[in-house]
Design a protein around this ligand. Structure first.
Ligand SMILES: NC(=O)c1ccc[n+]([C@@H]2O[C@H](COP(=O)([O-])OP(=O)(O)OC[C@H]3O[C@@H](n4cnc5c(N)ncnc54)[C@H](OP(=O)(O)O)[C@@H]3O)[C@@H](O)[C@H]2O)c1
Length: 313
């Protein structure tokens, strides 16, 4: 079978599969700090199975985070013996020592001490001597990062060889300022047909030479499956009458193909615990982007239904 298509992750020069893998679903029942869907119970053999199936399918980009329950440990335990098959991205700023949590319940701390402890912990958990990419988690502002000297901390970790590239997992409005800084190798933002706000940001980041990593690329799952997707966000689908454009595709197939049709997207880190969903996503991405006429019509209908990219100019 043909290999999954790859795109260059901006100035990192890394050739990443257009379908990457996000490990949030491996968090088990752990509820990460802040809003978001609760995790589902998981037995370790499920994590072992899905992580190996991801690599067997030829996916070469894995995104994880200190905050995703035991997902880093699972990577260390179940696929670290295949380390040369994947580009490994994790995040920092997540609180490593609960005693250092800020008063009032902040979820991230960007001090040198916390970031360095987090990276060292990630390396140990994932049984590796380097992370290919470290990303600020929690969408910190430029001011917060500058105040803490946090970018310098990442550059020092890079000089030490613990990380190869630095990036930010971010959202508007902070992401626009971070792109302008010109120091980040990658940006991770949410995006799909029903969440178009960052459509322009993706192009802005790519134009600045950065790699683009997209989360939420299957719109967080189908609202027809209990606990998946965001029913409110999916109402847009109906308003835009996108069912009329399916031409035999399922909604999930259409959503993923719409995502990867973005010309400046480099990898979509779709998460799943379900091997059948993984196989489906791989097959969908092999089918490639949507035909231009369908893509343009979908964007036209979404805009008419009120979903337009946010302008950062
Ligand atoms: N702030 C941050 O940095 C941040 C925030 C959120 C996410 N992320 C990263 O981005 C990754 C993806 O983001 P996300 O989880 O928000 O969005 P997503 O990948 O769009 O959605 C994942 C959900 O979609 C379902 N799904 C996947 N393929 C499917 C298919 N073919 N059919 C039906 N359902 C399917 C999965 O459920 P099943 O398990 O049932 O398939 C899962 O619940 C995460 O794993 C994480 O690595 C980062």
């Amino acid at each position: 079978m043909a290999d999954l298509p790859k795109r260059k992750l901006g100035r990192t020069g890394l050739e990443v599969t257009v379908l990457g893998f996000g490990t949030l679903e491996l968090r088990g029942s752990f509820q990460r700090p802040g809003p978001g869907l609760p995790g589902r119970p998981l037995v370790p053999t499920q994590a072992q199975g899905i992580l190996n199936a991801v690599l067997d399918a030829g996916i070469n980009f894995i995104d994880t985070c200190i905050d995703y329950g035991e997902s880093e440990e699972y990577i260390g335990k179940y696929i670290s013996h295949r380390r040369n098959e994947y580009i490994l991205a994790s995040k920092c700023g997540c609180i490593v020592d609960p005693a250092s949590a800020p008063p009032g319940g902040g979820q991230h701390v960007y001090t040198r001490k916390n970031i360095t402890a987090g990276v060292n912990q990630s390396l140990k958990r994932m049984k590796t001597d380097h992370l290919d990419l470290i990303q600020f988690h929690g969408s910190p502002s430029k001011q917060v990062l500058e105040q803490e000297g946090a970018i310098q901390t990442l550059l020092d970790l890079k000089r030490e060889g613990k990380v190869r590239f630095i990036g930010a997992s971010s959202t508007l409005p902070n992401v626009a300022d971070l792109i302008k800084l010109g120091v980040f190798d990658t940006f991770q933002v949410p995006y799909s047909a029903i969440q178009r706000e960052h459509e322009g940001v993706i192009s802005q980041a790519a134009k600045a030479g950065a790699g683009t990593i997209i989360r939420g690329g299957v719109a967080r799952g189908s609202p027809e499956e209990e606990g998946r997707g965001d029913p409110d966000a999916w109402k847009l689908w109906g308003r835009a009458k996108l069912d009329e454009l399916l031409d035999g595709m399922t909604q999930m197939e259409f959503v993923l193909r719409f995502t990867i049709t973005h010309p400046d997207l480099h990898t979509a880190i779709v998460g799943t615990l379900n091997p059948a969903h993984l196989a489906k996503n791989v097959a969908v991405v092999r089918n490639g982007p949507l035909p231009a006429s369908v893509y343009n019509e979908a964007k036209k209908r979404l805009a008419a239904a009120g979903a337009v990219p946010v302008s950062t100019q």
